[in-house]
Write a protein that binds this ligand. Structure first.
Ligand SMILES: [Zn+2]
Length: 271
């Protein structure tokens, strides 16, 4: 009899433990989701117009001041323009007038400023094996832009008051905003959202969504160190799930990818 009670007790304990574990993971999942929604709603207090103005200030006071930072090269500019215009024409109802520019840095990286400015490092252009891989990275960055991730990150970090005071002329804080744009990472939910946006956009642009997989596979092959300060390397431990999602993405039945008309290997050597 005692043994029976003991067994029942052990069973109950397991059941209770199981419920606790499920509850714990449920809360983890919910809180991450909610957290993102909470600060996403913060960015709604900033109009698109103000967001664009903030991006312009950072570009003007930080990036344009250091002339060496930005590359102005006709060949590079036109390659980036051709690739990005494939994507941009599929962004039907965008609030942003995209500006995509190249930075003179060997790091394999890209980043966005608030308001539709995307910067791609020369190191990334050289790293890509195809125009489609560059399109995959740009589509991902456009996801961060369209979902307003960068402005959300800044509002979360500094609060609306500081962001508005910068907009009101207190440009001394711009350096700090800039550091945060570069060094603080998006959370996993935002990265997933940007990836999902990229997969859909690539499909609409008739570019194979598997280009995301081939890009991240190459990152894995080169075993570039995980670096949480570099947008494209900060999710390194999760690259495999990004690759998987890209390969498993279901396109429409009649989807036929087209190659972007650029002789990539030849042109890359001239960068
Ligand atoms: Zn990202």
């Amino acid at each position: 009899m005692n043994k029976k009670i003991f067994i029942e007790l052990v069973k109950s304990l397991f059941l209770f433990g199981g419920i606790l574990v499920l509850f714990y993971f449920g809360i983890q999942f919910l809180s991450e989701d909610k957290k993102v929604r909470w600060f996403a709603s913060d960015s709604e207090f900033i109009s698109y117009e103000k967001e664009i103005q903030l991006g312009d200030l950072i570009a003007e006071y930080i990036i344009e001041k250091d002339k060496k930072k930005r590359i102005q090269n006709q060949l590079i500019d036109s390659v980036v323009w051709v690739v990005s215009s494939h994507l941009q024409k599929e962004l039907n109802l965008t609030e942003y007038d995209y500006k995509i520019q190249v930075i003179d840095s060997p790091e394999v990286n890209a980043f966005t400023l608030p308001g539709g400015r995307i910067y791609v490092n020369k190191g990334l252009l050289k790293f890509c094996d195809s125009a489609e891989q560059l399109a995959a990275v740009l589509a991902h960055e456009m996801g961060h832009v369209e979902k307003r991730h960068t402005i959300s990150k800044l509002v979360k970090e500094f609060g609306l008051k500081i962001v508005f005071s910068v907009l009101g002329g207190d440009v001394l804080l711009l350096n700090e905003l800039w550091e945060t744009v570069l060094s603080s990472k998006f959370d996993r939910y935002q990265e997933k959202e940007a990836d999902q946006f990229a997969l859909n956009l690539l499909e609409k642009a008739h570019i194979s969504p598997t280009a995301i997989a081939s890009f991240f596979r190459k990152l894995n092959r080169h075993n570039l160190d995980y670096n949480e300060k570099i947008e494209l390397l900060m999710t390194h431990p999760h690259n495999n799930s990004r690759i998987k999602r890209s390969l498993e993405y279901q396109t429409q039945k009649d989807f036929k990818p087209k190659r972007i008309n650029i002789d990539w290997k030849n042109i890359k050597n001239k960068f």
